[in-house]
Design a protein around this ligand. Sequence first.
Ligand code: SAM
Length: 256
Amino acid sequence: MTTRLDRVEQTRGRFAGPPLTPRTAVIWSVLRAELDRRGDAELTVLDVGGGTGGFAVPLARAGHRVTVVDASPDALAALTRRAAEAGVADRIAAVQGDGDALAGLVEPAGVDLVLCHAVLEVVDDPTPVVTALATALRPGGAASVLVAGRAAAVLGRAMNGHLDLAATLAADPAGTAGPRDTLRRRYDAPGAAALLGAAGLVVEEIHGVRVLADLLPAAVADGQSAALVELERALAAQPPYRDLAAQLHLFARRPA
Ligand SMILES: C[S@@+](CC[C@H](N)C(=O)[O-])C[C@H]1O[C@@H](n2cnc3c(N)ncnc32)[C@H](O)[C@@H]1O
């Protein structure tokens, strides 16, 4: 069976993108389909919690204009250096700001594509952040949202022998392992989809990211990296594999 990701890989768009890794391959496949769909248009992109520009810089190199909002001055300084080295400093704006106060930082309905990767699990309250993401999008604009997966965290703690933490995490409504947990919450697919849906976004696709990568010995992952990327892509959309991934990627759209 030919999956959507297979079709995307066969597409020859103008965006080649960065080298694919188990952390990024599935996300870039989904984003590339959206960029191809938009043809040669120069998109306005907002990357909330975009950090050092792992996604922002390749998107700017592909000809788009990217604003990165991040709380960390150090991350933004690294982003600025990286953008200059890549020759896209004029296409990237670095804005220091708190995702929790996003509504005051971005104009409504001015963005074609919003990225919010690995952020909703650390902000004080994800609901106003997602509402602000949706508000920032033009009608028809798309959101790429990556969140920490709950099931993988339970299994990971159990496999490391921390059965108490696994039990706490499994029972906690927010999916945290107690006060020493570095994340404030984790998601399953229905919960993440409901969060976006409540903000008026229509979820089009959900993929698992790092279904296998974190479970393999480093020697296996490093020695067979191309095969691992292919297997991650093959499993990403399929429950139950999808739902056991370390992260869940949701692609959603503001209705036109
Ligand atoms: C795990 S990193 C993810 C970076 C990037 N999105 C990625 O996927 O590679 C989380 C980023 O969110 C930023 N961040 C954390 N809390 C934030 C907040 N409340 N508002 C804005 N950015 C925040 C951090 O500074 C960091 O750059």
